[in-house]
Design a binder for this molecule. Structure first.
Ligand code: UN1
Length: 495
């Protein structure tokens, strides 16, 4: 019998109200059923939001260092269970064990980094323009926050949102992706064990269309933090606009890696392989465009094909495997669709371009690492996010053209340039339109203590992680303390 999982509301594991459920399968083997989860609807979301609302008045008064201590405990528990959670994550999400261990580690890092913020959460003090008057700013919590997270980082991304939200004194409802509910269950087991009071964090499983939508529309939810596609983000932003809710969005990317003629080609090769085919290309930071200087293009392309064809594809639980499956059938169909479009638009397929059908691979959503050459900047595979192991090669004649093409998409999340020339490296830092730029590193691999997010259609001006995440999850309050004992009028009593 498959295990039946529940929602976590008000500190208890509870069944979904409607009785509707959905199944969670292993993307490397569609017959492997992981468990059955509640397909929650608006009634479940209502219960979770009420629990969060009821918990808020007490939680907001818990001193931030104390809230931080709970996060330290959660970090410690996560670290202890790292291997078990990584294995469960590979089973439900498909990426290789090395990467799922990294995903849990990102949660551990976020717990410790955020826990420490409990003793900082700095505001400012500044002189008042009037005598005997004190001026400062402090951060205040917002209230109930709705968090909607994707399946590609089933632990890291929920913790990026949850931990800072809690640290600031908010209470939350998390709606994790319906492809990775099991990892979320593990996170909530840990939160309970770490001593988080009932109702402070609640978990509601289900689809974006039902549970996610109910959360976004709920009157008592004051903030939505979403990571996912630009298409869905746009709708969420519109709905939040109507309700005047705060909304932070981390969305798509069409990230490029530039390789100039003076680059260390072996280093750039490792970066391109990791950036394009790590996580089977399913990161918003994944490298989906390679901008090669014409002088090294031929040589680099040959090196790349040789290595891409050798990547070992299979079940990520096998330690020898380098690339796992796509998340589900719809994701694979999307990749197939884009490969067809690329061919029709005149790009040249160098390798891949097909699903893997040999042996056990036929049971999962596997697709070969795929590389297209002769891609021009206006082609759809050079403009649109595919979210799979598909890399488009574009030739550039010089640095300026590389930057122009790199910037020429609606997105602006991550970016990379390989060069030995410090002048060009710094110009790239200045001129690339993206939230993240790597010099001599791939487009993936952000660290939790730096701001994470993108410009243009990759985001809506917020940055998660780093210290910037606190601007998402808190309100600024300006405070004036007048100890003069008389009415003093700002701007008026100035002589
Ligand atoms: C994402 O792709 O949604 O920078 C997040 C990285 C990871 C996080 C990616 N640390 O690739």
């Amino acid at each position: 019998m498959p295990e039946l999982y529940k929602n976590y509301i008000g500190g208890k594991w509870v069944e979904g109200r409607s009785g509707k459920t959905f199944e969670n399968h292993n993307p490397a083997d569609r017959h492997d059923l992981i468990g059955i989860f509640p397909a929650s609807g608006s009634e479940d979301v209502d219960c979770a939001v009420s629990a969060a609302r009821a918990a808020f008045p007490r939680w907001r008064l818990v001193p931030a260092p104390k809230r931080g201590e709970i996060l330290f405990r959660a970090g410690e528990l996560l670290r202890r269970r790292k291997e078990e959670i990584a294995r469960a994550m590979t089973r439900e999400m498909g990426k290789i064990l090395k990467e799922t261990r990294g995903d849990v580690q990102e949660g551990v890092d976020t717990a410790f980094y955020t826990g420490g913020e409990g003793r900082r959460l700095f505001g400012e003090t500044t002189p008042s323009e009037l005598p005997d008057k004190f001026a400062m700013s402090v951060r205040a919590p917002i209230g109930v926050c709705g968090l909607i997270t994707p399946w590609n980082f089933p632990m890291a991304i929920p913790t990026w949102k949850l931990f800072p939200a809690l640290l600031c004194g908010n209470t939350v409802v998390l709606k994790p992706a319906s492809d990775t509910p099991h990892t979320a269950v593990k996170l909530f087991e840990i939160l309970g064990e770490a001593g988080l009071p009932p109702g402070v964090a609640n978990l509601v499983h289900g689809t974006g269309g039902e549970a996610g939508n109910a959360l976004v529309r709920h009157r008592d939810v004051r903030l939505i933090s979403f990571t996912g596609s630009t298409e869905v983000g746009r709708e969420i932003a519109a709905t939040c606009g109507q309700g005047l809710k705060r909304v932070s969005l981390e969305m798509g990317g069409k990230n490029g890696q530039i390789v100039l003629a003076d680059a260390d080609l072996n280093l750039a090769l490792e970066g391109a392989l990791w950036g394009a085919f790590g996580t089977t290309g399913q990161r918003c930071t994944a490298t989906s465009r390679l901008l090669l200087h014409r002088d090294i293009k031929k040589e680099f392309t040959e090196m790349l094909i040789a290595r891409a064809e050798k990547l070992k594809i299979g079940d990520g639980q096998d330690p020898g495997v380098e690339m796992g499956p796509l998340i589900n059938e719809a994701a694979r169909r999307k990749v197939e669709r884009y490969v067809k479009i690329a061919k029709e638009e005149g790009a040249r397929l160098l390798t891949g371009g097909e699903i893997c059908q040999e042996g056990e691979l036929a049971e999962g959503w596997f697709y070969r690492p795929t590389i297209f050459d002769r891609v021009t900047p206006d082609m759809r595979i050079a403009q649109e996010e595919i979210f799979g192991p598909v890399l488009a090669i574009l030739e550039v004649k010089n640095f300026d053209e590389a930057i122009e093409i790199l910037n020429g998409t609606p997105y602006g999340l991550s970016s990379s340039i390989y060069t030995q020339d410090v002048t060009r490296a710094f110009r790239a830092v200045r001129d690339i339109e993206a939230g993240i730029t790597y010099i001599n590193g791939p487009t993936i691999g952000a660290e939790v203590h730096l701001p994470f997010g993108g410009v243009k259609e990759s985001g809506n001006g917020h940055r998660e992680a780093g210290t910037t995440v606190y601007d998402i999850f808190s309100e600024w309050k300006a405070v004036f303390v007048d100890y003069s004992g008389k009415l003093q009028k700002a701007q008026i009593d100035i002589e």
